[in-house]
Design a protein around this ligand. Structure first.
Ligand code: PLP
Length: 404
């Protein structure tokens, strides 16, 4: 197989750089825009976020996904290849016979974040790095701790004291080092960045490390592969294709890293000639944390608004990957949907009670968003709703849904 050359490309100025540990944001854009102070991250979305790109002709098998780290460095835990559900009762009730649920609740640590963590861990092993650190409000931390346990890496996690208990317990069970920060997530972020720059430790902060975006693209490959299978099995007249793109994908959005990764996957699939076009992607946000949806409507980001939603995994004051996610949505005519906490909790319960899939509130926002806009869609459309985290991660939130 021909070796591909992997590079980072700045999503702001398009300059390219070699992939190397210690390079996170585009140094030029970060400096020009006054962003070499890590704490500025808390004030505005990041500029100069790097994307992974390859040069050369990819000649991997039809089932392979081009990734910037060779397979031999990946830790041996089963991340990805998650099921694509065909929820018969929900299909009948909504009138969408080609409705699918992409279930990342069953990832090893219980959330979609494992897709990013596994690529970051592989990169660390490739470069002989022994320790990874990050700040997180919960799922990214428990995910990196989980994957680090399988990979034999030291993981240091900076968590604000108010982080949800289940996620904190996971971090400790996986044997990671927990640094409790007496402050907000933004304080934890500042401490983690100071720690990684002083110690030569790899940072897995979301959007800041480009591999967190690239790792998440694998979901798009799986969706297209498994959709082709499912439609073939259903006798739909497709000439036995290997890949079929969905028409619509509903993605829960906080910092905007998952949605950027989903776009990247579809862009790669188009580049490889496996699908013809990038699907319509719906950015699903909570009313109390809707910066990206508002920016899409207004053409840019306004001042930060403190978040308030019980969907903790999509609650951010400033979406760190906001600029990059917004550019993708604009380029591909993506749409945004805002749902409130009551709609999210109702959706969580409906999903669990009518499909058997118990997702955390943040994920359920995607189901709530589909419910809200479905009459705008063609009922024969192939629709995938992405469910990104297990309901067991946030029992307190789920208890509130039972009271409705
Ligand atoms: C992190 C997370 C999201 C949101 O992803 P962003 O990249 O922050 O937009 C959605 N659902 C779950 C369960 C998450 O952990």
């Amino acid at each position: 197989m021909v070796e591909l050359t992997w590079l980072y490309e700045c999503s702001t100025c398009r300059k390219r750089f070699p992939l190397k540990p210690g390079l996170y944001l585009c140094p030029e854009c970060a400096r020009r825009l006054g962003r070499n102070d890590p704490l500025a991250m808390a004030v505005r979305p990041l500029d100069g976020v790097l994307e992974c790109v390859w040069e050369g002709d990819y000649d991997g098998g039809a089932d392979d996904i081009p990734l910037p780290v060779p397979g031999e460095f990946f830790p041996s835990l089963p991340v990805g290849n998650t099921p694509l559900w065909e929820p018969q009762r929900l299909r009948a009730e909504t009138g969408f016979p080609f409705l699918f649920l992409k279930d990342d609740c069953c990832e090893p640590s219980g959330s979609f974040k494992d897709r990013a963590s596994v690529l970051v861990a592989a990169f660390a092993r490739q470069h002989g790095i022994k320790e990874i650190a990050l700040a997180s409000t919960g799922n990214a931390a428990s995910s990196m701790a989980c994957v680090g346990a399988a990979a034999g890496l030291d993981i240091t996690v900076f968590l604000p004291k108010a982080a949800p208990q289940a996620k904190r317990v996971q971090v400790l069970q996986y044997g990671a080092k927990l640094v409790e920060v007496d402050g907000t997530y933004d304080d934890a972020l500042g401490e983690s960045l100071a720690y990684t720059s002083a110690n030569g430790v790899l940072s897995r902060n979301t959007a800041f490390n480009p591999l967190t975006i690239e790792g998440k693209k694998t979901v798009s490959f799986e969706m297209c592969r498994d959709l082709a299978w499912a439609l073939h099995a259903a006798g739909v007249d497709e000439p036995a294709p290997a890949f079929v793109a969905p028409d619509h994908v509903f993605v829960p959005v906080g910092d905007g890293v998952i949605i950027a990764g989903v776009y990247k996957g579809f862009e790669d699939l188009v580049r490889l000639g496996r699908i013809r076009q990038v699907p319509m992607i719906w950015a699903c946000q909570a009313e109390g944390s809707s910066a990206i949806a508002r920016a899409l409507e207004q053409g840019g980001f306004g001042p930060a608004v403190p978040s308030s939603t019980l969907a903790d995994s999509i609650a951010v004051d400033v979406p760190s990957n906001g600029h990059h996610a917004l550019r993708k949505l604009q380029k591909y005519n993506g749409r945004a949907v805002i749902v409130n906490d009551t709609e999210i909790l109702r959706a969580q319960r409906e999903l669990a009670a009518k499909s058997g899939l118990f997702a955390e509130p943040s994920s359920s926002a995607a189901w709530a968003a589909f419910r809200k806009v479905k009459e705008l869609l063609d009922h024969e459309a192939r629709v995938v709703v992405m469910l990104t985290g297990s309901g067991l991660k946030d029992i307190a939130g789920a208890m509130k849904a039972l009271a409705l």
